[in-house]
Design a protein around this ligand. Structure first.
Ligand code: UD1
Ligand code: CA
Length: 451
């Protein structure tokens, strides 16, 4: 049997006024990804799975985000927000192309899983015209209520139009529906707006399906999966649910966390084997942590790759574009940005390493600052393999420190330092005779002792 084709329509044209934000609602983040990214990630994908996103008239940023995640997505503009059924019809051109399963999902329900989409589609195979995702709400206020008679779904009643008896019903509409793709248009076009809000409610599709003598069914799921986000408080609740899930998945994958409830992960964080994350760590999007790496307490890490057996923190900040090689170490109060630190590099204390490449085994002393910005533009710094930068040095970019070079502590380096050279600028004279001399001597020995 060939797989059924699908079209998923994501409704994201709402203003999200209750968020009290100038940003469109679906662009707010949960676990480092936009609400829209979560929904698109769970939606059917691959061959035969088309995707349409319905956006508001001035929401170019939403269209861009949709394309970023699913380059195959088509976007449709709903010029007037006349209700959820009206929004679906904005994507009429996609619907008329004809698919087996038409899925409608709201852009503001980020916790939905791919498995639930699959479950919802199953009844269509058996002849149902419509499957509605339902859940038992702890507090159903605001949700459409599912009216069931003799085990059959007969209608959905929106809060504003519900009688007191109907309002007492807990079984609610999650907002995700699966239609028989060949009948969907006929059904949705019949939706009217004779209700207290004069809106075209997609939820009316259930009663229409019944009137046509077709079958509508409910598939139930947990409330946590379908929390709709309308306010910042609900955004925070969704974050909590998502973090609990991500922590559990990380623990299941073998990550050691002694206080997982204090560790914040992103939906796309990846872990190798035997990774340890100490308490109070915040990980943003785009982070990968390889085998055996340890993240000590109080670190903030975004868009960074952490190599095998590397060690980060405590109190380190890794900003976008940081790559930490195998066994490399970033210690306390070190900030990195757009920097590659090769294997075995040590930056143990109080440093800023930005727009830089640091070669294998280089040692960067306490308080070293890369001055990457001259007030106009950013410049790059290259530090060679095995180089040693003494404490409290400033490297004024663009600048290159050669392989095996030695920079005396307190230096302000403004010119390139050749390989194996000694550079002491405004540094202590003692460096020349003391540390520097010993360091150079050490490097000529086959197995230099650890100092
Ligand atoms: C909707 C459902 C309700 C369900 C609840 C679940 C309707 C009429 N009501 O109510 O039964 O229990 O979701 O969370 O379907 N949108 C548009 N264009 C519009 C109107 C809405 O694109 O003209 C989009 C919004 O951006 C949002 C989604 O549709 O992503 C739902 O709209 P919203 O206003 O949040 O509906 P609810 O009142 O939450
Ligand atoms: Ca909503």
């Amino acid at each position: 049997m060939t797989a059924r084709t699908s079209l998923t329509i994501v409704l994201a044209a709402g203003e999200g006024t209750r968020m009290r934000s100038s940003m469109p609602k679906v662009l707010h983040p949960v676990a480092g990804q936009t609400l829209l990214a979560h929904v698109l990630g769970a939606s059917p994908q691959g061959t035969g799975a088309a995707l349409a996103v319905v956006i508001g008239p001035d929401h170019e940023a939403v269209a861009k985000e949709a394309k970023r995640i699913r380059p195959d997505a088509t976007t449709f503009i709903q010029h007037e927000r006349l209700g959820t059924a009206h929004a679906v019809l904005a994507a009429r051109d996609a619907i008329t192309r004809g698919v087996d399963d038409l899925l409608v999902v709201f852009g503001d329900t980020p916790l939905i899983s791919a498995a639930t989409f699959a479950r919802l589609r199953a009844p269509l195979k058996n002849g149902a015209a419509l499957a509605v995702l339902g859940f038992r709400a702890a507090d159903a206020t605001g949700y459409g209520r599912l009216l069931v008679e003799d085990d059959r779904l007969v209608a959905i009643r929106e809060q504003a139009d519900a009688s007191p008896a109907e309002r007492a019903i807990k079984l609610s509409n999650a907002g995700v529906m699966a239609f028989d793709g060949r009948k969907a248009l006929e059904i949705i076009e019949k939706v009217g707006n004779a209700n207290s809000k004069s809106e075209y409610y997609l939820s009316d599709a259930v009663a229409i399906v019944r009137d046509l003598g077709l079958e509508a069914v409910v598939i139930e799921t947990s409330e946590d999966e379908v929390r709709g986000i309308n306010t910042k408080a609900q955004l925070a609740e969704a974050e909590q649910v998502m973090q609990t899930r991500l922590r559990q998945a990380a623990l299941d994958a073998g990550v050691t966390m002694i206080a997982p409830e204090t560790v914040y992960l992103a939906a796309d964080t990846t872990f190798g084997n035997d990774v340890t994350i100490e308490p109070f760590v915040v990980i943003g999007p785009g982070v990968s942590i390889a085998d055996g790496a340890v993240i000590h307490s109080f670190c903030h890490i975004v868009q960074a790759s952490i190599g095998k057996n590397a060690s980060v923190g405590p109190y380190a900040r890794m900003r976008p574009g940081t790559s930490l090689g195998e066994g490399a170490k970033i210690g306390n109060f070190v900030e990195t940005k757009a920097a590659t630190l090769e294997a075995g590099v040590k930056v143990n204390h109080l440093s800023y390493i930005g727009d830089a490449h640091v070669g294998t085994g280089a040692n960067i002393g306490a308080g070293t600052i890369i001055c990457n910005y001259d007030g106009f533009g950013k410049h790059r710094t290259t530090i060679g393999k095995g180089a040693f930068v003494g404490s409290n040095s400033s490297l004024v970019a663009p600048v290159k420190i050669g392989n095996g070079a030695y920079v005396g502590s307190g230096s302000v380096i403004t010119r390139d330092v050749p390989d194996d050279a000694l550079a002491v600028e405004r540094g202590e004279q003692t460096n020349r005779e003391g540390g520097a001399a010993r360091y150079r001597q050490m490097k000529t020995k086959p197995n230099p002792p650890k100092v």
